[in-house]
Design a protein around this ligand. Sequence first.
Ligand SMILES: NC(=O)c1ccc[n+]([C@@H]2O[C@H](COP(=O)([O-])OP(=O)(O)OC[C@H]3O[C@@H](n4cnc5c(N)ncnc54)[C@H](O)[C@@H]3O)[C@@H](O)[C@H]2O)c1
Ligand SMILES: NC(=O)c1ccc[n+]([C@@H]2O[C@H](COP(=O)([O-])OP(=O)(O)OC[C@H]3O[C@@H](n4cnc5c(N)ncnc54)[C@H](O)[C@@H]3O)[C@@H](O)[C@H]2O)c1
Lengths: 207, 207
Amino acid sequence: RVPMVTVKRLSRYLRALEKFQEKGFETVSSEELAGELNVKPSQLRKDLAYFGEFGTRGMGYSIPKLAEELRRILGLHRQWAIAIIGVGNLGTALLRYKGLNEKGFRIAALLDDDPEKVGSSRSGVHIFHIDDLPNLVKEKNIQIAILTVPAPAARAVADLAVKSGIKAILNFAPVSIKAPPDIAVMHVDISSELKILSHHLAELDLS
Amino acid sequence: RVPMVTVKRLSRYLRALEKFQEKGFETVSSEELAGELNVKPSQLRKDLAYFGEFGTRGMGYSIPKLAEELRRILGLHRQWAIAIIGVGNLGTALLRYKGLNEKGFRIAALLDDDPEKVGSSRSGVHIFHIDDLPNLVKEKNIQIAILTVPAPAARAVADLAVKSGIKAILNFAPVSIKAPPDIAVMHVDISSELKILSHHLAELDLS
Ligand SMILES: NC(=O)c1ccc[n+]([C@@H]2O[C@H](COP(=O)([O-])OP(=O)(O)OC[C@H]3O[C@@H](n4cnc5c(N)ncnc54)[C@H](O)[C@@H]3O)[C@@H](O)[C@H]2O)c1
Ligand SMILES: NC(=O)c1ccc[n+]([C@@H]2O[C@H](COP(=O)([O-])OP(=O)(O)OC[C@H]3O[C@@H](n4cnc5c(N)ncnc54)[C@H](O)[C@@H]3O)[C@@H](O)[C@H]2O)c1
Protein backbone atom coordinates (compact mmCIF):
# COMPACT_ATOMS: atom_id res chain seq x y z
CA ARG A 1 0.00 0.00 0.00
CA VAL A 2 1.09 3.54 -0.82
CA PRO A 3 1.65 5.80 2.26
CA MET A 4 -1.15 8.33 2.80
CA VAL A 5 1.30 11.26 2.82
CA THR A 6 2.33 10.24 -0.71
CA VAL A 7 -1.30 10.20 -1.91
CA LYS A 8 -1.76 13.66 -0.35
CA ARG A 9 1.23 14.95 -2.29
CA LEU A 10 -0.13 13.42 -5.52
CA SER A 11 -3.24 15.57 -5.29
CA ARG A 12 -1.05 18.64 -4.73
CA TYR A 13 1.17 17.73 -7.72
CA LEU A 14 -2.02 17.44 -9.79
CA ARG A 15 -3.19 20.87 -8.66
CA ALA A 16 0.22 22.36 -9.54
CA LEU A 17 0.14 20.68 -12.99
CA GLU A 18 -3.33 22.13 -13.65
CA LYS A 19 -2.02 25.59 -12.76
CA PHE A 20 0.95 25.18 -15.18
CA GLN A 21 -1.52 23.97 -17.84
CA GLU A 22 -3.69 27.09 -17.34
CA LYS A 23 -0.58 29.19 -18.00
CA GLY A 24 -0.05 27.33 -21.29
CA PHE A 25 2.97 25.17 -20.39
CA GLU A 26 3.32 21.76 -22.13
CA THR A 27 6.19 20.27 -20.11
CA VAL A 28 7.60 20.76 -16.62
CA SER A 29 10.87 19.66 -15.01
CA SER A 30 10.89 17.69 -11.74
CA GLU A 31 12.65 20.70 -10.12
CA GLU A 32 9.79 23.05 -11.11
CA LEU A 33 6.99 20.67 -10.11
CA ALA A 34 8.65 19.70 -6.79
CA GLY A 35 9.35 23.40 -6.10
CA GLU A 36 5.61 24.20 -6.17
CA LEU A 37 5.17 21.92 -3.11
CA ASN A 38 8.45 22.92 -1.41
CA VAL A 39 9.72 19.32 -1.69
CA LYS A 40 12.96 17.96 -3.22
CA PRO A 41 12.89 16.60 -6.81
CA SER A 42 14.05 13.23 -5.39
CA GLN A 43 10.85 13.12 -3.25
CA LEU A 44 8.71 13.74 -6.37
CA ARG A 45 10.48 10.94 -8.26
CA LYS A 46 10.09 8.60 -5.25
CA ASP A 47 6.36 9.40 -5.00
CA LEU A 48 5.73 8.74 -8.69
CA ALA A 49 7.82 5.56 -8.70
CA TYR A 50 5.06 3.81 -6.67
CA PHE A 51 2.90 4.00 -9.78
CA GLY A 52 5.21 3.36 -12.72
CA GLU A 53 7.59 5.16 -15.08
CA PHE A 54 6.70 8.78 -15.93
CA GLY A 55 8.58 11.35 -17.99
CA THR A 56 12.00 11.00 -19.59
CA ARG A 57 15.28 11.93 -17.83
CA GLY A 58 16.44 15.36 -18.91
CA MET A 59 13.20 16.10 -20.77
CA GLY A 60 10.90 16.56 -17.76
CA TYR A 61 7.26 15.51 -17.79
CA SER A 62 4.48 16.03 -20.34
CA ILE A 63 1.95 18.03 -18.31
CA PRO A 64 -1.27 16.69 -19.92
CA LYS A 65 0.02 13.08 -19.76
CA LEU A 66 1.17 13.22 -16.13
CA ALA A 67 -2.02 15.02 -15.06
CA GLU A 68 -4.12 12.30 -16.71
CA GLU A 69 -2.09 9.55 -14.97
CA LEU A 70 -2.51 11.25 -11.58
CA ARG A 71 -6.27 11.63 -12.12
CA ARG A 72 -6.52 7.92 -12.84
CA ILE A 73 -4.42 6.98 -9.77
CA LEU A 74 -6.53 9.31 -7.57
CA GLY A 75 -9.73 7.72 -8.90
CA LEU A 76 -10.92 10.99 -10.48
CA HIS A 77 -11.64 9.39 -13.87
CA ARG A 78 -15.11 8.50 -12.61
CA GLN A 79 -17.66 10.25 -10.41
CA TRP A 80 -18.15 9.22 -6.75
CA ALA A 81 -21.48 10.00 -5.06
CA ILE A 82 -21.35 11.70 -1.65
CA ALA A 83 -23.89 11.93 1.18
CA ILE A 84 -23.41 14.83 3.62
CA ILE A 85 -24.81 13.77 7.02
CA GLY A 86 -25.59 16.70 9.35
CA VAL A 87 -26.80 19.80 7.55
CA GLY A 88 -25.69 22.45 10.07
CA ASN A 89 -23.07 25.23 9.78
CA LEU A 90 -20.24 23.11 8.43
CA GLY A 91 -22.37 20.74 6.32
CA THR A 92 -23.96 23.72 4.58
CA ALA A 93 -20.56 25.37 3.92
CA LEU A 94 -19.24 22.11 2.40
CA LEU A 95 -22.34 21.81 0.21
CA ARG A 96 -21.44 25.15 -1.39
CA TYR A 97 -17.75 24.22 -1.82
CA LYS A 98 -17.01 23.82 -5.50
CA GLY A 99 -14.38 21.16 -4.67
CA LEU A 100 -17.24 18.77 -3.87
CA ASN A 101 -19.00 19.28 -7.17
CA GLU A 102 -16.21 18.98 -9.71
CA LYS A 103 -13.67 16.49 -11.09
CA GLY A 104 -14.81 13.19 -9.67
CA PHE A 105 -17.32 14.07 -6.93
CA ARG A 106 -21.07 14.72 -6.81
CA ILE A 107 -23.27 15.46 -3.78
CA ALA A 108 -26.13 12.95 -4.16
CA ALA A 109 -28.00 13.47 -0.87
CA LEU A 110 -28.15 15.43 2.38
CA LEU A 111 -29.31 13.76 5.61
CA ASP A 112 -30.28 15.06 9.03
CA ASP A 113 -32.38 14.01 12.06
CA ASP A 114 -33.97 17.41 12.65
CA PRO A 115 -37.66 17.27 11.61
CA GLU A 116 -37.49 21.02 10.83
CA LYS A 117 -34.82 20.36 8.14
CA VAL A 118 -35.94 17.00 6.72
CA GLY A 119 -38.02 17.43 3.55
CA SER A 120 -36.54 20.83 2.69
CA SER A 121 -33.55 21.34 0.39
CA ARG A 122 -30.28 23.36 0.34
CA SER A 123 -28.65 24.56 -2.89
CA GLY A 124 -31.08 22.36 -4.80
CA VAL A 125 -30.24 19.12 -2.91
CA HIS A 126 -32.98 17.36 -0.92
CA ILE A 127 -32.58 16.70 2.83
CA PHE A 128 -33.61 13.14 3.76
CA HIS A 129 -34.06 11.68 7.24
CA ILE A 130 -30.97 9.82 8.55
CA ASP A 131 -33.07 6.59 8.74
CA ASP A 132 -33.28 6.65 4.92
CA LEU A 133 -29.50 6.20 4.57
CA PRO A 134 -29.57 2.42 3.81
CA ASN A 135 -32.12 2.91 0.96
CA LEU A 136 -30.35 5.99 -0.44
CA VAL A 137 -26.94 4.24 -0.57
CA LYS A 138 -28.50 1.51 -2.76
CA GLU A 139 -30.75 3.74 -4.89
CA LYS A 140 -28.14 6.44 -5.58
CA ASN A 141 -25.05 4.16 -5.45
CA ILE A 142 -23.42 6.37 -2.76
CA GLN A 143 -19.82 5.47 -1.79
CA ILE A 144 -18.68 8.41 0.40
CA ALA A 145 -20.25 9.80 3.61
CA ILE A 146 -19.16 13.16 5.02
CA LEU A 147 -19.99 13.39 8.74
CA THR A 148 -20.78 16.91 9.99
CA VAL A 149 -22.86 15.84 12.99
CA PRO A 150 -22.16 16.71 16.65
CA ALA A 151 -19.50 14.55 18.34
CA PRO A 152 -21.93 12.46 20.47
CA ALA A 153 -23.78 11.31 17.32
CA ALA A 154 -20.74 10.60 15.14
CA ARG A 155 -19.95 6.96 16.04
CA ALA A 156 -23.56 5.79 15.69
CA VAL A 157 -23.90 7.60 12.35
CA ALA A 158 -20.63 6.06 11.11
CA ASP A 159 -21.83 2.57 12.11
CA LEU A 160 -25.08 3.12 10.20
CA ALA A 161 -23.10 4.36 7.16
CA VAL A 162 -20.89 1.24 7.17
CA LYS A 163 -23.91 -1.07 7.59
CA SER A 164 -25.56 0.73 4.64
CA GLY A 165 -22.64 -0.11 2.35
CA ILE A 166 -20.65 3.16 2.43
CA LYS A 167 -16.96 2.46 1.66
CA ALA A 168 -15.33 5.80 2.61
CA ILE A 169 -15.93 8.33 5.40
CA LEU A 170 -14.68 11.90 5.86
CA ASN A 171 -15.32 12.77 9.51
CA PHE A 172 -15.29 16.32 10.89
CA ALA A 173 -16.55 15.49 14.39
CA PRO A 174 -13.82 15.57 17.08
CA VAL A 175 -14.06 11.87 17.92
CA SER A 176 -12.17 8.91 16.43
CA ILE A 177 -14.30 6.67 14.22
CA LYS A 178 -13.60 2.93 14.20
CA ALA A 179 -14.51 1.04 10.99
CA PRO A 180 -13.65 -2.33 9.37
CA PRO A 181 -10.29 -2.43 7.49
CA ASP A 182 -11.80 -2.17 3.96
CA ILE A 183 -13.49 1.15 4.82
CA ALA A 184 -11.31 4.27 4.44
CA VAL A 185 -11.83 6.84 7.22
CA MET A 186 -10.26 10.29 7.13
CA HIS A 187 -10.53 12.72 10.06
CA VAL A 188 -10.36 16.49 9.63
CA ASP A 189 -9.78 17.82 13.14
CA ILE A 190 -9.72 21.61 12.94
CA SER A 191 -9.50 22.03 16.71
CA SER A 192 -6.29 20.01 16.93
CA GLU A 193 -4.77 22.00 14.04
CA LEU A 194 -5.43 25.12 16.13
CA LYS A 195 -3.78 23.56 19.17
CA ILE A 196 -0.61 22.96 17.17
CA LEU A 197 -0.61 26.70 16.54
CA SER A 198 -1.18 27.57 20.22
CA HIS A 199 1.60 25.12 21.19
CA HIS A 200 3.90 27.00 18.78
CA LEU A 201 2.82 30.37 20.23
CA ALA A 202 3.39 29.12 23.80
CA GLU A 203 6.88 27.98 22.76
CA LEU A 204 7.60 31.49 21.43
CA ASP A 205 6.30 32.64 24.82
CA LEU A 206 4.40 35.56 23.37
CA SER A 207 2.57 37.50 25.99
CA ARG B 1 11.44 20.37 18.47
CA VAL B 2 8.54 18.01 19.13
CA PRO B 3 7.13 16.27 15.98
CA MET B 4 3.78 17.72 14.84
CA VAL B 5 2.12 14.29 14.90
CA THR B 6 2.96 14.10 18.62
CA VAL B 7 1.39 17.52 19.30
CA LYS B 8 -1.73 16.37 17.38
CA ARG B 9 -1.98 13.29 19.62
CA LEU B 10 -1.57 15.47 22.74
CA SER B 11 -4.72 17.38 21.90
CA ARG B 12 -6.56 14.08 21.37
CA TYR B 13 -5.26 12.72 24.72
CA LEU B 14 -6.56 15.93 26.35
CA ARG B 15 -9.98 15.47 24.77
CA ALA B 16 -10.10 11.84 25.97
CA LEU B 17 -9.08 12.92 29.52
CA GLU B 18 -11.87 15.52 29.56
CA LYS B 19 -14.36 12.83 28.56
CA PHE B 20 -13.14 10.54 31.38
CA GLN B 21 -13.40 13.51 33.78
CA GLU B 22 -17.03 14.16 32.71
CA LYS B 23 -17.78 10.51 33.60
CA GLY B 24 -16.34 11.10 37.09
CA PHE B 25 -13.04 9.15 36.81
CA GLU B 26 -10.07 10.40 38.87
CA THR B 27 -7.27 8.24 37.43
CA VAL B 28 -6.67 6.45 34.14
CA SER B 29 -4.15 3.77 33.10
CA SER B 30 -1.91 4.25 30.06
CA GLU B 31 -3.72 1.29 28.41
CA GLU B 32 -7.14 3.01 28.80
CA LEU B 33 -5.94 6.44 27.63
CA ALA B 34 -3.96 5.04 24.67
CA GLY B 35 -6.92 2.82 23.76
CA GLU B 36 -9.15 5.88 23.22
CA LEU B 37 -6.85 6.94 20.36
CA ASN B 38 -6.21 3.39 19.05
CA VAL B 39 -2.48 3.74 19.82
CA LYS B 40 -0.16 1.49 21.91
CA PRO B 41 0.55 2.45 25.56
CA SER B 42 4.26 2.66 24.61
CA GLN B 43 3.38 5.41 22.06
CA LEU B 44 1.54 7.38 24.79
CA ARG B 45 4.53 7.09 27.14
CA LYS B 46 6.91 8.15 24.33
CA ASP B 47 4.75 11.17 23.49
CA LEU B 48 4.58 12.36 27.11
CA ALA B 49 8.30 11.76 27.67
CA TYR B 50 9.08 14.81 25.45
CA PHE B 51 7.62 16.99 28.21
CA GLY B 52 8.72 15.41 31.49
CA GLU B 53 7.70 12.72 34.00
CA PHE B 54 3.95 12.13 34.37
CA GLY B 55 2.11 9.54 36.45
CA THR B 56 3.55 6.70 38.54
CA ARG B 57 4.27 3.18 37.18
CA GLY B 58 1.47 0.84 38.05
CA MET B 59 -0.73 3.66 39.41
CA GLY B 60 -1.68 5.27 36.08
CA TYR B 61 -2.19 9.02 35.70
CA SER B 62 -4.13 11.54 37.78
CA ILE B 63 -6.67 12.83 35.25
CA PRO B 64 -6.94 16.45 36.52
CA LYS B 65 -3.16 16.75 36.87
CA LEU B 66 -2.32 15.33 33.43
CA ALA B 67 -5.07 17.39 31.77
CA GLU B 68 -3.67 20.55 33.35
CA GLU B 69 -0.14 19.70 32.16
CA LEU B 70 -1.37 19.06 28.61
CA ARG B 71 -3.30 22.35 28.58
CA ARG B 72 -0.13 24.19 29.60
CA ILE B 73 2.00 22.40 26.94
CA LEU B 74 -0.65 23.15 24.26
CA GLY B 75 -0.68 26.82 25.26
CA LEU B 76 -4.31 26.70 26.37
CA HIS B 77 -3.61 28.29 29.75
CA ARG B 78 -4.03 31.71 28.12
CA GLN B 79 -6.34 33.10 25.45
CA TRP B 80 -5.10 33.65 21.87
CA ALA B 81 -6.88 36.21 19.67
CA ILE B 82 -7.90 35.09 16.17
CA ALA B 83 -8.72 37.05 13.00
CA ILE B 84 -10.83 35.18 10.40
CA ILE B 85 -9.97 36.59 6.96
CA GLY B 86 -12.60 35.89 4.28
CA VAL B 87 -16.15 35.88 5.61
CA GLY B 88 -17.77 33.56 3.04
CA ASN B 89 -19.30 30.07 3.43
CA LEU B 90 -16.42 28.49 5.34
CA GLY B 91 -15.42 31.58 7.33
CA THR B 92 -19.00 31.95 8.57
CA ALA B 93 -19.23 28.25 9.54
CA LEU B 94 -15.97 28.53 11.51
CA LEU B 95 -17.23 31.66 13.27
CA ARG B 96 -20.13 29.61 14.69
CA TYR B 97 -17.88 26.69 15.71
CA LYS B 98 -17.71 26.50 19.48
CA GLY B 99 -14.12 25.15 19.25
CA LEU B 100 -12.98 28.66 18.27
CA ASN B 101 -14.61 30.35 21.25
CA GLU B 102 -13.59 28.15 24.16
CA LYS B 103 -10.51 26.99 26.09
CA GLY B 104 -7.76 29.26 24.84
CA PHE B 105 -9.18 30.93 21.71
CA ARG B 106 -11.24 34.04 21.03
CA ILE B 107 -12.36 35.47 17.67
CA ALA B 108 -11.27 39.12 17.88
CA ALA B 109 -12.06 40.31 14.33
CA LEU B 110 -13.43 39.36 10.92
CA LEU B 111 -11.93 40.80 7.73
CA ASP B 112 -13.03 40.84 4.10
CA ASP B 113 -12.49 42.91 0.93
CA ASP B 114 -16.13 42.89 -0.19
CA PRO B 115 -17.61 46.41 0.35
CA GLU B 116 -21.05 44.78 0.82
CA LYS B 117 -19.76 42.87 3.88
CA VAL B 118 -17.35 45.38 5.43
CA GLY B 119 -19.00 47.39 8.22
CA SER B 120 -21.62 44.73 8.98
CA SER B 121 -21.22 42.01 11.61
CA ARG B 122 -21.74 38.21 11.92
CA SER B 123 -22.64 36.51 15.22
CA GLY B 124 -21.88 39.80 16.96
CA VAL B 125 -18.35 40.20 15.50
CA HIS B 126 -17.56 43.24 13.34
CA ILE B 127 -16.28 42.81 9.75
CA PHE B 128 -13.34 45.12 9.01
CA HIS B 129 -11.71 45.82 5.64
CA ILE B 130 -8.61 43.66 4.95
CA ASP B 131 -6.49 46.87 4.78
CA ASP B 132 -7.16 47.38 8.51
CA LEU B 133 -5.30 44.15 9.41
CA PRO B 134 -2.01 45.84 10.50
CA ASN B 135 -3.85 48.21 12.91
CA LEU B 136 -6.12 45.47 14.24
CA VAL B 137 -3.21 43.11 15.01
CA LYS B 138 -1.65 45.84 17.21
CA GLU B 139 -4.86 47.15 18.81
CA LYS B 140 -6.36 43.75 19.60
CA ASN B 141 -3.06 41.85 20.09
CA ILE B 142 -4.05 39.24 17.46
CA GLN B 143 -1.66 36.25 17.07
CA ILE B 144 -3.58 33.83 14.80
CA ALA B 145 -5.02 34.38 11.30
CA ILE B 146 -7.45 31.91 9.76
CA LEU B 147 -7.48 32.21 5.96
CA THR B 148 -10.79 31.38 4.29
CA VAL B 149 -10.25 33.45 1.15
CA PRO B 150 -10.25 32.12 -2.44
CA ALA B 151 -7.01 30.45 -3.56
CA PRO B 152 -5.79 33.31 -5.80
CA ALA B 153 -5.91 35.75 -2.85
CA ALA B 154 -4.36 33.47 -0.21
CA ARG B 155 -0.63 34.16 -0.66
CA ALA B 156 -1.03 37.96 -0.71
CA VAL B 157 -3.27 37.83 2.37
CA ALA B 158 -0.75 35.59 4.17
CA ASP B 159 2.08 38.03 3.34
CA LEU B 160 0.02 40.92 4.74
CA ALA B 161 -0.72 38.89 7.89
CA VAL B 162 2.98 38.15 8.47
CA LYS B 163 3.93 41.82 7.85
CA SER B 164 1.24 42.84 10.37
CA GLY B 165 2.86 40.74 13.10
CA ILE B 166 0.68 37.60 13.00
CA LYS B 167 2.67 34.59 14.34
CA ALA B 168 0.42 31.64 13.33
CA ILE B 169 -1.72 30.92 10.25
CA LEU B 170 -4.40 28.27 9.66
CA ASN B 171 -4.94 28.17 5.90
CA PHE B 172 -7.97 26.55 4.22
CA ALA B 173 -7.24 27.74 0.67
CA PRO B 174 -5.85 24.97 -1.61
CA VAL B 175 -2.48 26.64 -2.14
CA SER B 176 0.75 26.27 -0.16
CA ILE B 177 1.65 29.33 1.94
CA LYS B 178 5.32 30.23 2.37
CA ALA B 179 6.22 32.11 5.57
CA PRO B 180 9.39 32.85 7.60
CA PRO B 181 10.55 30.03 9.94
CA ASP B 182 9.24 31.63 13.21
CA ILE B 183 5.67 31.71 11.80
CA ALA B 184 3.67 28.47 12.21
CA VAL B 185 1.51 27.65 9.17
CA MET B 186 -1.01 24.80 9.14
CA HIS B 187 -2.91 23.79 6.01
CA VAL B 188 -6.32 22.13 6.11
CA ASP B 189 -6.84 20.75 2.63
CA ILE B 190 -10.29 19.16 2.49
CA SER B 191 -10.06 18.46 -1.24
CA SER B 192 -6.91 16.35 -0.85
CA GLU B 193 -8.51 14.41 2.05
CA LEU B 194 -11.33 13.55 -0.40
CA LYS B 195 -8.83 12.42 -3.02
CA ILE B 196 -7.31 9.97 -0.56
CA LEU B 197 -10.79 8.48 -0.28
CA SER B 198 -11.29 8.33 -4.07
CA HIS B 199 -7.83 6.72 -4.41
CA HIS B 200 -8.95 4.07 -1.90
CA LEU B 201 -12.25 3.54 -3.78
CA ALA B 202 -10.41 3.23 -7.10
CA GLU B 203 -8.12 0.62 -5.51
CA LEU B 204 -11.18 -1.38 -4.40
CA ASP B 205 -12.29 -0.99 -8.03
CA LEU B 206 -15.90 -0.38 -7.13
CA SER B 207 -18.03 0.22 -10.15
N1 LIG C 1 -18.67 24.68 12.26
C1 LIG C 1 -17.40 24.45 12.01
O1 LIG C 1 -16.74 25.23 11.36
C2 LIG C 1 -16.72 23.20 12.52
C3 LIG C 1 -15.36 23.20 12.55
C4 LIG C 1 -14.75 22.07 12.98
C5 LIG C 1 -15.46 20.96 13.37
N2 LIG C 1 -16.78 20.96 13.40
C6 LIG C 1 -17.48 19.77 13.80
O2 LIG C 1 -18.41 19.44 12.78
C7 LIG C 1 -19.62 18.98 13.38
C8 LIG C 1 -20.76 19.86 12.92
O3 LIG C 1 -20.55 21.17 13.37
P1 LIG C 1 -21.60 22.35 13.06
O4 LIG C 1 -20.99 23.59 13.54
O5 LIG C 1 -22.03 22.26 11.64
O6 LIG C 1 -22.80 21.89 14.01
P2 LIG C 1 -24.35 22.19 13.85
O7 LIG C 1 -24.97 21.97 15.17
O8 LIG C 1 -24.52 23.50 13.16
O9 LIG C 1 -24.87 21.05 12.84
C9 LIG C 1 -25.05 19.71 13.20
C10 LIG C 1 -26.18 19.10 12.36
O10 LIG C 1 -26.22 17.69 12.60
C11 LIG C 1 -27.57 17.29 12.77
N3 LIG C 1 -27.61 16.04 13.55
C12 LIG C 1 -27.45 15.88 14.89
N4 LIG C 1 -27.50 14.55 15.21
C13 LIG C 1 -27.71 13.88 14.03
C14 LIG C 1 -27.87 12.49 13.71
N5 LIG C 1 -27.81 11.52 14.63
N6 LIG C 1 -28.06 12.16 12.42
C15 LIG C 1 -28.12 13.11 11.45
N7 LIG C 1 -28.00 14.44 11.70
C16 LIG C 1 -27.78 14.82 12.98
C17 LIG C 1 -28.24 18.48 13.45
O11 LIG C 1 -29.62 18.43 13.27
C18 LIG C 1 -27.55 19.65 12.72
O12 LIG C 1 -28.25 19.99 11.55
C19 LIG C 1 -19.39 18.98 14.88
O13 LIG C 1 -18.98 17.70 15.29
C20 LIG C 1 -18.27 19.97 15.07
O14 LIG C 1 -17.49 19.67 16.20
C21 LIG C 1 -17.44 22.09 12.97
N1 LIG D 1 -16.70 26.08 1.68
C1 LIG D 1 -16.01 25.06 2.11
O1 LIG D 1 -16.56 24.20 2.77
C2 LIG D 1 -14.55 24.90 1.79
C3 LIG D 1 -14.01 23.66 1.96
C4 LIG D 1 -12.69 23.53 1.71
C5 LIG D 1 -11.91 24.59 1.32
N2 LIG D 1 -12.44 25.78 1.14
C6 LIG D 1 -11.57 26.86 0.74
O2 LIG D 1 -11.79 27.95 1.66
C7 LIG D 1 -11.75 29.17 0.94
C8 LIG D 1 -13.07 29.88 1.16
O3 LIG D 1 -14.12 29.13 0.61
P1 LIG D 1 -15.63 29.62 0.67
O4 LIG D 1 -16.46 28.51 0.17
O5 LIG D 1 -15.93 30.16 2.02
O6 LIG D 1 -15.57 30.82 -0.38
P2 LIG D 1 -16.50 32.10 -0.46
O7 LIG D 1 -16.35 32.63 -1.83
O8 LIG D 1 -17.84 31.79 0.06
O9 LIG D 1 -15.80 33.13 0.57
C9 LIG D 1 -14.61 33.82 0.30
C10 LIG D 1 -14.62 35.16 1.02
O10 LIG D 1 -13.32 35.76 0.91
C11 LIG D 1 -13.48 37.13 0.60
N3 LIG D 1 -12.26 37.61 -0.06
C12 LIG D 1 -11.87 37.40 -1.34
N4 LIG D 1 -10.65 37.98 -1.53
C13 LIG D 1 -10.28 38.52 -0.35
C14 LIG D 1 -9.14 39.28 0.07
N5 LIG D 1 -8.12 39.54 -0.74
N6 LIG D 1 -9.08 39.71 1.35
C15 LIG D 1 -10.12 39.45 2.21
N7 LIG D 1 -11.24 38.76 1.85
C16 LIG D 1 -11.30 38.30 0.60
C17 LIG D 1 -14.73 37.20 -0.27
O11 LIG D 1 -15.27 38.50 -0.29
C18 LIG D 1 -15.62 36.16 0.43
O12 LIG D 1 -16.37 36.76 1.46
C19 LIG D 1 -11.46 28.82 -0.52
O13 LIG D 1 -10.08 28.94 -0.75
C20 LIG D 1 -11.89 27.39 -0.64
O14 LIG D 1 -11.16 26.70 -1.61
C21 LIG D 1 -13.76 25.96 1.36
